[in-house]
Design a protein around this ligand. Structure first.
Ligand code: 0O2
Length: 235
């Protein structure tokens, strides 16, 4: 592509011309601000639930001499993903519709070392009195047909702002490192559209890998339990 770098040329001006903000319709500006403020609330909810998980991790690591949580990742869903998900499900693409229909705008992913710790962390979070469990999907006991494994909770918790208290929903996905490795690759591969006739074979291979990973997770847990039964500790 040939781009004219002369700043005085008409072509250059057309490339760099910025929108005149005074011309941007007022309702667009107010919608943008409303969207930004809603996203700020979801960020607040993430921070609150993430802190709870960090405190639990600290407590468990003192008690068991081991960190059950390897890593906590979080994100607010990107506007493009929000629009795509609403459209895919046939909902209107509005802020109200997003708040009503999507429970994973605020997302936290907790990576545990061993499978049993997933349930320990989930139970401890669920028992807190300012956490309401909206839904649970146990894709570990009931893996998806493609092999996806993870423990999903939608939780609702009050978050306090300057002049209001809002009950905010957060999706918490809890999984082992091995499950996370598999899910990340699976997610990336979903965007590779040009695999054509290899799609069936790749899905089959991914499913086989998911099963091997689940078996390895189980065996690692059993090894840890054998060490503990002998009076040892796993750091
Ligand atoms: P992204 O880009 O990760 O945010 P539901 O709420 O029950 O109507 P939903 O939202 O599909 O339906 O719920 P589900 O099944 O609990 O899945 C929610 C999220 O789990 C997905 O979000 C993914 O993050 C993850 N997930 C579910 N299934 C798979 C899978 O087969 N492979 C991988 N890699 N991840 C999966 P999004 O919005 O689909 O995507």
């Amino acid at each position: 592509m040939n781009i004219n770098m002369n700043p005085n040329s008409e072509r250059h001006q057309s490339v760099v011309r910025m929108p005149d903000l005074a011309q941007v319709p007022e309702d667009l500006v107010s919608h943008a601000m409303e969207f930004q403020s809603t996203m700020m609330m979801y960020s607040g909810a993430i921070r609150k639930v993430k802190t709870k998980l960090e405190v639990l991790n600290d407590e468990l690591s003192v008690r068991n001499q081991r960190n059950p949580i390897e890593l906590i990742k979080s994100r607010v869903k990107r506007p493009k993903s929000i629009v795509e998900k609403l459209q895919r499900r046939g909902y209107p693409v509005t802020l109200e519709s997003m708040k009503e229909h999507l429970d994973d705008i605020a997302g936290i992913r907790v990576i545990c070392t061993f499978v049993d710790e997933i349930y320990t962390v989930a139970d401890m979070l669920a028992r807190q009195d300012d956490i309401r469990i909206v839904a649970v999907k146990d894709y570990i006991k009931h893996p998806k047909p493609n092999g996806y494994r993870s423990y999903h909770m939608i939780v609702e918790t009050p978050v306090f702002f300057s002049d209001s208290k809002k009950n905010m929903r957060v999706e918490v996905q809890i999984r082992t490192m091995a499950m996370d490795f598999w899910a990340s690759l699976d997610h990336q591969l979903k965007y590779k559209k040009d695999i054509g006739g290899a799609a069936d074979r790749i899905s089959r291979e991914l499913k086989e890998c998911a099963d091997v990973i689940a078996d390895t997770d189980q065996r690692m847990l059993e090894i840890r339990q054998s060490i503990e039964a002998e009076g040892g500790t796993v750091m």
